[in-house]
Design a protein. Structure first.
Ligand code: NDP
Length: 499
């Protein structure tokens, strides 16, 4: 029997993991659905305020009195590498589970998401040995040392669009720098993170890695407003980020926010157009288009615009939509019905605003189950349209025509978001010039998505606060301490002597 059939017959029970034990199974469970089949595949036990209390208390106690915070770098590296190996030993199972739960094609979960989840742990195992502190000696009689200490209990809140990879990045960073944590995955996609916690439970001291599940408004809100946490690292939508920031502000807790995007992909007429076409398609439609860094707001320079747009539309119509477990499927279902309907409403909104439908814009005709929608492309007359300004988070690309470099830079920057920019040109001087003009945290020149964990990933403007990556994650997960040491007896004014 396949994993999908097994889950369909006997949905998995997903509970919290607190202080080294799986707890909680009572209460009405939340149904977790396979978006391709609309079948219930898991029953999620929702953690209430008391259970969140217990998870934070377990993490607090493990941080304050447990061995993890003071463990040597060698010991932390050993554990992080063991987690890496455990993930890779179960890579096939995790990829299939991720595909069943999210609808992301198996080729992508197998080829990218699961290896990336494992790599996060390897990366931080290497990084903690390489990132040093600082020493200053400007004052001759004083040595100033800057060191980094674990921040404490980290609340780690992940999204549904790439649950294992993105949440693993947070867990790996938090653990690497000596913290303990409480993880809250999306209620829509809890399965792989729960399995990860199960798989690595014996590798960590009790209370270091705790898991709570449930709706954001209930479990998530209880976690981020809990006085016992020291920081929260969140990946998700901008509106949710705002609510979490408000909760954190009350306790003056540190936020790290990876939020939404509406990234421009600029195709200059001197680009290698076949290559740029491949790149913009992948940048728009990978992960079913449900990507924060999707480069789906595409600008094409006029001399090549007609040909490029026609070919982009034809390739969009040709994308293979279907069962994400099948080899060859390029686009799976949206995460739920609300999301697929929302995406299709944008096609209507765009048409009402004067955009021209080039491809898709309707429910997927094949099959009567699953939250499938046709990949969609629209030609937009103006960057101010809602379809060019709002994050749609589905396989939906807009195309616009431009004439001049300055004009397209202004249009690319005309967005509330500032996550990523893509530039396609054979002139490297232009690539660098446009990169420095774009108000985004990352610019990719002549390539779709590449993530180098040594560099920080995060956004300008409403795309977030902070960076994830080597130094960015250290800033997120550590407190910086200055220790000022007198090298010998110093001379300073003596007080209260003559008085
Ligand atoms: P949401 O903002 O809806 O949810 C993200 C997480 O926050 C979920 O676990 C959710 O729980 C939880 N949550 C919701 N409300 C609260 C609350 N009040 N307090 C605490 N936690 C809460 O985002 P999505 O899951 O819909 O993810 C898609 C969004 O994530 C897109 O906007 C995308 O751009 C962004 N994203 C950003 C990335 C980046 O690196 N910048 C990367 C990937 C995605 P539940 O789902 O159970 O309600």
């Amino acid at each position: 029997m396949s994993l999908r059939e097994m889950l369909g017959k006997q949905p998995k029970s997903v509970t919290s993991h607190v202080g080294g034990r799986f707890v909680g199974a009572e209460g009405t469970p939340i149904e977790v659905v396979d978006p391709a089949q609309e079948a219930v595949i898991a029953l999620l036990h929702e953690a209430d305020g008391d259970e969140v209390d217990a998870a934070v208390a377990a993490a607090r106690s493990a941080f304050d009195t447990g061995p993890w915070r003071g463990a040597s770098i060698t010991e932390r590296q050993r554990v992080l590498m063991a987690i890496h190996d455990r993930i890779m030993d179960h890579a096939a199972e995790l990829a299939e589970l991720e595909t069943i739960n999210t609808g992301i094609p198996l080729t992508q979960t197998q080829g990218m998401h699961v290896p990336r989840a494992a790599h996060n742990f390897r990366f931080f195992a290497e990084t903690i040995n390489q990132l040093g502190g600082e020493a200053f000696t400007q004052e001759r009689d004083v040595l100033s040392l800057v060191t980094h200490e674990p921040v404490g209990v980290c609340a780690l809140i992940g999204p549904w669009n790439m649950p294992l990879g993105l949440t693993a990045m947070k867990i790996a960073g938090a653990l690497a720098f000596g913290n303990t944590c409480v993880v809250k995955p999306s209620e829509l996609t809890p399965l792989t993170v729960a399995r990860l916690v199960e798989l690595v439970a014996d590798l960590l001291p009790d209370g270091v890695l705790n898991l709570v599940n449930g709706r954001g408004q209930v479990t998530g809100a209880a976690l981020v407003s809990h006085p016992g946490i020291d920081m929260a690292s969140f990946t998700g939508g901008t509106e949710t980020g705002r609510a979490i920031l408000t909760a954190l502000a009350k306790g003056i807790k540190r936020p790290a926010m990876e939020l939404g995007g509406k990234s421009a992909s600029i195709v200059f007429s001197d680009a290698d157009l076949d290559y740029a076409l491949d790149g913009t398609l992948l940048g728009s439609f990978m992960n079913n288009g449900q990507m924060c860094l999707a480069g789906s707001r595409i600008f094409v320079q006029r001399p090549v615009a007609d040909a490029f747009i026609e070919r982009f539309a034809a390739r969009t119509r040709n994308l293979k939509v279907g069962d994400p477990l099948q080899r060859g499927t390029e686009i799976g279902p949206m995460i739920n019905r609300a999301q697929s309907e929302r995406m299709l409403r944008y096609a209507e909104t765009g048409a009402g605003e004067g955009a021209r439908l080039l491809a898709g814009g309707a429910p997927y005709p094949g099959g009567n189950r699953g939250f499938f929608a046709q990949p969609t492309a629209m030609l937009a007359p103006d960057n101010g349209l809602a379809i060019c300004q709002e994050e749609i988070f589905g396989p939906f690309a807009t195309l616009q025509v431009f004439d001049e470099e300055e004009e397209v830079i202004a249009k690319a920057n005309d967005s509330d978001f500032g996550l990523v920019g893509y530039v396609w040109t054979e002139a490297m001087e232009r690539g660098l010039r446009v990169s420095s003009a774009l108000r985004t945290g990352t610019v990719l020149v002549n390539t779709p998505i590449v993530r180098d964990l040594r560099t920080g990933f995060g956004g300008y403007k409403m795309s977030g606060l902070g960076r994830e990556g080597a130094k960015g994650s250290r800033a997120m997960f550590t407190e910086e301490k200055a220790t000022i040491i007198a090298r010998g007896k110093r001379t300073f004014p003596a007080m209260g002597v003559s008085g």
